[in-house]
Design a protein around this ligand. Sequence first.
Ligand code: GDP
Ligand code: MG
Length: 138
Amino acid sequence: MSQRTLVLLKPDAVSRGLIGEIVGRVERKAGWRITALELRTLDRATLETHYAEHVGRPFYEPLLEFMASGPSVAMVVEGERVIEGLRALAGPTDPIAAAPGSIRGDFGTVVRENLIHASDSEESAERELKIFFPELPR
Ligand code: GDP
Ligand code: MG
């Protein structure tokens, strides 16, 4: 079941010099391919669309501020069960609860600054890919 997913390396990952480390982990998974990759500072409108499900939550405003605070890496990854696989590689939202070996478990301590976003379902992936890479063929 080949899929594609939207991955963001958040501003903390970029400012801490972890792009290579994280991209390397994705590249080393057998058969997965990075098919688009771009460094960009995310604007408010993009972030509001992307995080629409969290409007009104106490962490929403600080999350958007953090996500706009510096460049992120946006990428498309394709391969077998890549949606589930990237969520596993990332680890759970809270980096302290995330197992060592996962990206969040190895590098994070703060829930907001948890290094990486990866789409959580096929529906989310299609929705998010349209936001970040509207030019991709569907
Ligand atoms: P994800 O799918 O694992 O990224 O988590 P969610 O979709 O639930 O939340 C989106 C992002 O909001 C997370 O990755 C965190 O950066 C942030 N976040 C989520 N829950 C909390 C929280 O309880 N506190 C804070 N400070 N940030 C949160
Ligand atoms: Mg989420």
